[in-house]
Design a protein around this ligand. Structure first.
Ligand code: ZN
Length: 437
């Protein structure tokens, strides 16, 4: 062997042994699970041990077959039901305190930094209620969500893993625009960042958002419930504008979600190729068939109508918002049942922020009431949600190679889904954030 290749071989060997030494030095955590919900297979396993190394699941299996390495930290959840960290595909964590969601005009009374800092508790509360990942789908002060995501990733404070939109892409005066102020007032840049009124303007916004750190793109295809001067029955972006958003996002490997209440706006978005339709409130038979055909997810927030009315009346939500909402609630839930029966892909999205941040898990019981099995409801917030965000290799189930995102509850959620409203244990990427057994 030439001298040079021999020393190259030595170098490779020393790297390999170094990597091995490093792996054995990485601390191991062993989680003992009394019951473990395998959401990919739709079954429940008993007496499992999960080994976690470097924030990821290393291996798992029957407790009597998995050897726990000496010195491993053991977490005993043997009396509990363990399931993957929950994923909410429709949140607004970065809009500041709950007050901001009662009336968006609140945003005009705060500086961007105040809104960002007020959002810190939202992130903590959301994580502690069992949601280890969110797809955050829009923010009034553009890019505050990017800042919140990055601060959580940097470890400044606890919060779920966030995939963020950066801003709303909306027509002027549309569902994602800041409205309700006098026309001679000029808004700061971050409150009008996402306004676009042609396919090329839409493309320009997508390009800017990609540059500014967005993980996905949010477009508003119809009017909204919680926007002044907006009509949820109206169509906003044209098919050309929606197609431009999907095509441009695709250039950068990003997916698009479309807010849509009215039937025509829902169909325009599905035909344009969005990954999911948010709300999908007034979806008709044709829309359901199109969603099935295109494999489009519907992200139907069927809990928050109740919450808008309850919290809204108490906290004096604007009368026009309550009227928009009252007319839609029951139709929304019936359409959820229709879509479910038709076999359309459904993900778990709550519009968190509209309801208080610790209440999102209440939607599970609504999904079961309107036709899902408890397993389907759990899959919508794990297996399906991971697929929608394009991260099935890392999220959505407890499997080797995926993040150690784990929650546990005191009783079997397949027998009583309400137990998910009282999560006892939360681990994100191998770190325990809550343990109140
Ligand atoms: Zn929303």
């Amino acid at each position: 062997m030439p001298k040079q290749s021999f020393s190259a071989l030595l170098l490779v060997l020393s790297f390999a042994s170094c990597a091995l030494a490093q792996e054995s030095a990485t601390p191991v955590t062993a989680v003992r699970a009394g019951k473990l919900i395998d959401v990919d297979a739709g079954r429940v396993l008993t007496n499992q041990t999960i080994l976690i190394r470097g924030g990821k699941v290393d291996s798992l299996g029957d407790a009597d077959k998995v050897a726990v390495p000496p010195g491993a930290k053991v977490i005993d959840l043997s009396k509990m039901t363990v399931l993957p960290g929950l994923i909410d595909c429709h949140t607004h964590l970065a809009d500041g305190s709950q007050e901001a969601n009662i009336d968006p005009v609140y945003q005009l009374k705060r500086r961007a930094a105040e809104v960002a800092l007020e959002s810190v508790p939202n992130a903590r509360v959301f994580l502690e209620s069992g949601f280890t990942t969110v797809r955050d789908v829009g923010v009034y002060r553009a890019l505050n969500d990017v800042a919140l995501r990055d601060a959580i990733n940097a470890g400044y404070f606890p919060g779920p893993r966030m995939f963020v939109a950066g801003a709303y892409i909306t027509i002027s005066g549309g569902a994602g625009a800041m409205t309700g102020y006098a026309p001679d007032i000029t808004l700061p840049w971050d409150l009008r960042y996402g306004e676009a009124n042609s396919p090329w303007e839409v493309r320009q916004k997508v390009r800017q958002l990609v540059h500014d750190g967005a993980d996905h793109i949010k477009v508003l295809s119809t009017g909204a419930v919680l926007t002044h001067g907006s009509n949820p029955n109206s169509t906003e972006f044209t098919p050309e504008e929606l197609e431009a958003s999907v095509d441009e996002a695709k250039h950068f490997g990003l997916r698009v979600e479309a807010h849509a209440h009215a039937a025509e706006g829902i169909k325009n978005a599905i035909r344009a190729g969005v990954a999911s339709v948010e709300h999908a409130t007034l979806i008709d038979e044709e829309g359901i068939a199109l969603a099935k055909q295109h494999g489009t997810y519907l992200d139907m927030d069927i809990y928050d109508e109740e919450c808008i009315q309850e919290v809204g009346t108490k906290e004096k939500r604007p009368a026009d918002f309550l009227e928009h909402d009252r007319n839609l609630g029951e139709q929304h839930r019936q359409n959820f049942t229709k879509a479910l029966r038709a076999g359309v892909k459904l993900s778990f999205g709550t519009d968190a922020g509209v309801c208080p941040y610790d209440r999102s898990a209440r939607q599970f019981a609504f999904m079961v009431k309107y036709g899902m099995t408890p397993m389907q409801a759990i899959q919508s917030a794990t297996h399906n949600a991971a697929d929608l965000v394009g991260k099935s290799d890392l999220l959505g189930s407890i499997k080797p190679g995926k993040y150690a995102d784990i929650v546990a509850v005191k009783s079997d959620p397949l027998a009583d889904i309400h137990i998910l409203e009282h999560v006892s244990f939360v681990m994100k990427e191998g770190t325990v954030y809550k343990n109140v057994q």
